[in-house]
Write a protein that binds this ligand. Sequence first.
Ligand code: GN1
Ligand code: MG
Length: 349
Amino acid sequence: MNPFEIVSFFDLRGHVLDVKPLGGGLINDTFRVYTDGPEDYVLQRINNAIFKDVELLQHNIDCATAHIRKKGGMTLTFLPCKATGKTYWTDGETYWRVSVFIRDSYTYDTVNPEYSYYAGKAFGQFETMLSDIPDTLGETIPDFHNMELRARQLREAVKADAVGRMKEAEVQAILKDLLPYEQEMCKAERLYREGKLPKRICHCDTKVNNMLFDKDGNVLCVIDLDTLMPSFVFSDFGDFMRTAANTVAEDDPAIEKVDFRMDIFEAFAKGYLEGATFLTPIEKENLPYAACLFPYMQAVRFFADYINGDTYYKIQYPEHNLVRTRNQVALFHAALLRVPQMKAYIDSL
Ligand code: GN1
Ligand code: MG
């Protein structure tokens, strides 16, 4: 179905002038809707192969955005569908939603320490605002950041060897490199079972480019709320580090250039600890673990997808997931080396 027709099912202001692709997400298809009215819009096709329960997903988003707005925070505004009043439209096969485009906003794929500090504070405040939400939110992707599950999925991929990639020497070498850390990386699930670690409402996709800044570097709002769900705070801390503290992009093939930037870690951690006022000592002391866990988990996820024959992440060339894996493995090792320094810094705050 064409985007012009889809947007006509929503209550937009003004006439639609044009619809053009927007951004570089790996899961959904995103478009900017240009109008002659007071605002433009963002149209998204929700990937319901990955987000199987769109009703729950939009329920989470509706509750969270309403709660943040009530507290005076800035957040995304989704438009109701004319026919149903729900914030998505479906023909039973495809799922679409429309939100207001936030003008004069900027996203960045890399940030300096100053912006990391603002981002840390904003993500921390975001979690704080949601810490007393009265509604029950569900897991839009069950066990999304459960390391035990991700490790199991890798093992299953290896066993199935769906496209014969297990015979590649490099694939074997990466597997050998990753496996010894598995137990250590599954620490969060153990702490949770022991009742020592709570689940909280987290964003779960705190990539640096999921934050809108204004032209002066002020944080406008947190975007991409699909994975907003109960999780460990490690999700939000770790995924920001994974993307912002890497000296290169997550799919840069030049792995010799991959390094973990301590200046970014320190700035983000400072802001985050100022913003997330509800953290327990166990959560706080495990933030360095989170900074290692997320490159590790992402390596495992990209790697499993490569072995499965690239069925999950969009790829631009056949080895893309392998290149991403190498990069994330290198980042994981770089982060591990910095753990003592990270701990010392967190203690000093
Ligand atoms: C996916 O679509 P995007 O780029 O926001 C993925 C994240 C990964 C990320 C890696 C639902 O996010 O978990 O960290 O790619 N989202 C989902 O770039 O799997
Ligand atoms: Mg996302």
